[in-house]
Design a protein around this ligand. Structure first.
Ligand SMILES: [Ca+2]
Length: 219
């Protein structure tokens, strides 16, 4: 009985959630370094930003460092996104669908910045399942002064083999001069159920069968 208990305990350990130590960014072009261009502006439906779809009413800009003298530098690489540049309306969004494993935990991180002025500007991050169920959401604002603040973080569990990230400009009163900056968007795997639950059940069953067939050695 003791041996059976020990083996089942071992199976339980193997089947527990396994943390991922060195994961890669699951997003394409999360740092907006492509295309390599001094400055470009995108409207709804544009396919000019690799990896991302673009929607909403207004404009999103892709800007390289030193294009304008006083714009904060990108916190990662040399390019960043700028929402509602030139006083265009808020409400633009970008989204990207990426592969996930049901039951696994992931973490979204991104950097928000402010360019010129103190108007109320913010970004909404949302994670959706393939059936468009909302998995997690957060509203975040940049630092009070020009430049970037600390990284924003949102953890979520995937329920499907694909998950969609949407980042929406929810600024309430953008002026002609105040713009929202975004860079270094990343999604990492935090932990995965490995092996899967079904595999665990099969493995546990095999352990039980094996123990029943093993001869009991008496001393
Ligand atoms: Ca960048």
């Amino acid at each position: 009985m003791k041996r059976q208990t020990f083996s089942l305990f071992s199976v339980a350990l193997v089947c527990s959630i396994i943390p991922i130590a060195h994961a890669q960014n699951l997003l394409i072009n999360g740092s907006f370094e492509q295309p390599n261009i001094t400055v470009n502006y995108f409207g709804s439906g544009s396919d000019g930003l690799p990896g991302w779809s673009i929607g909403g009413t207004g404009t999103i800009g892709l800007i390289q460092d030193k294009t304008y003298g006083d714009i904060p530098y990108a916190p990662d690489g040399i390019q960043q996104l700028i929402f509602n540049p030139g006083g265009t309306p808020p409400g633009m969004f970008i989204d990207q669908t990426f592969s996930t494993v049901p039951g696994s935990e992931y973490e979204l991180t991104f950097m928000l910045g402010r360019y010129a002025g103190d108007d109320n500007i913010a970004l909404r991050a949302e994670m959706f399942s393939s059936s468009n169920d909302l998995l997690a959401t957060t509203d975040a604002g940049p630092a009070g002064a020009d430049g970037y603040g600390s990284a924003q973080v949102l953890d979520f569990f995937a329920t499907d083999y694909s998950t969609r990230l949407q980042l929406t400009d929810i600024s309430s009163s953008p002026s002609f001069f105040t713009d929202l900056l975004l860079d270094n968007v990343q999604v990492y795997t935090i932990s995965v159920p490995e092996p899967t639950s079904i595999s665990c059940l099969v493995l546990g069953g095999l352990v039980l069968v094996a123990h029943r067939r093993l001869p009991i050695i008496k001393r």
